[in-house]
Write a protein that binds this ligand. Structure first.
Ligand code: GRF
Length: 242
């Protein structure tokens, strides 16, 4: 079975340093463009996550893994000096085989949180169970509406006035799982799929880094199938863009 063999460890010096145990690591998994990943890395840099601000503990994006070798997200990660791994799913005979290799590659970094930042594959129940409460996804709709693909086109077809994005813990239902926070945008007359997608994406870039930080601060956690919130104003869990 193919295995995770070739880490591009531009920052291998950081891996294994004594200070690693004092910081909380996250691993991001991507399939494509990587704009959400970029938002995470930019926010982490601007807010000085590695220095322990503002979370009170150092947060480090330890690695980025993609199931597509050509994913722009891998370039984004390298530009920020984050180790990357391409793990093409086509190299594996089964979904279970891919997920096992993915888990192995993730676990090397001992992350407290795994972020699906535009990861376009259905995960096996075994994988989801392994990371229960530690697996976060962003989806470009107001879940539970428009789970699955082509959310912006379907929102336009349905004629909804509100659309948006959702950050949620992953369950083994497609785009299901307890919701952490949502961002709402209006659907405007004359919107195309592209204009609507752009309006949603801007909010995704705000929402996802924020939710990650909350989880790492212990202000958001999963308890069974419920999300427990501590010390977050309710209005911060719902971003309303005009
Ligand atoms: C985003 O819209 C995200 O919500 C969805 O896939 C898209 C990924 O975009 N899961 P990017 O790769 O982050 O630019």
């Amino acid at each position: 079975m193919p295995r995770a063999t070739f880490w591009d460890t531009q920052r291998a010096d950081v891996i294994g340093m004594a200070s690693e145990s004092e910081s909380k690591s996250i691993v991001c998994v991507v399939s494509g463009r990587g704009s959400n990943l970029e938002a995470i890395l930019r926010t982490a840099r601007d807010e000085e996550w590695e220095e322990g601000r503002p979370a009170g503990c150092a947060i480090r994006v330890a690695a980025v893994i993609s199931n597509r070798r050509e994913a722009r997200g891998l370039e984004v990660a390298r530009a920020y000096g984050v180790p990357t791994l391409a793990l093409p799913h086509g190299d594996f005979p089964s979904r279970e085989g891919f997920d096992a290799a993915l888990a192995e590659a993730i676990d090397i970094h001992g992350p407290v949180l795994v972020v699906l930042a535009g990861f376009m594959r259905v995960l096996t129940p075994g994988f989801v169970a392994r990371y229960a409460g530690r697996l976060l996804n962003i989806h470009p709709s107001l879940l539970p509406a428009f789970a699955g693909l082509d959310t912006h086109r379907r929102a336009l077809q349905a004629g909804v006035r509100l659309h948006g994005a959702t950050v949620h813990f992953v369950s083994d239902r497609l785009d299901g799982g307890p919701i952490v926070a949502q961002a709402v945008v209006p659907v405007l007359p004359g919107d195309s799929e592209q204009t609507l997608a752009a309006r949603v994406l801007e909010q995704e870039h705000f929402l996802l880094p924020r939710c990650i930080r909350w989880v790492l601060e212990g202000r958001v956690r999963l308890n069974g199938d419920r999300v427990l919130i501590e010390g977050i104003a309710p209005q911060d869990l719902l971003v309303v863009a005009r």
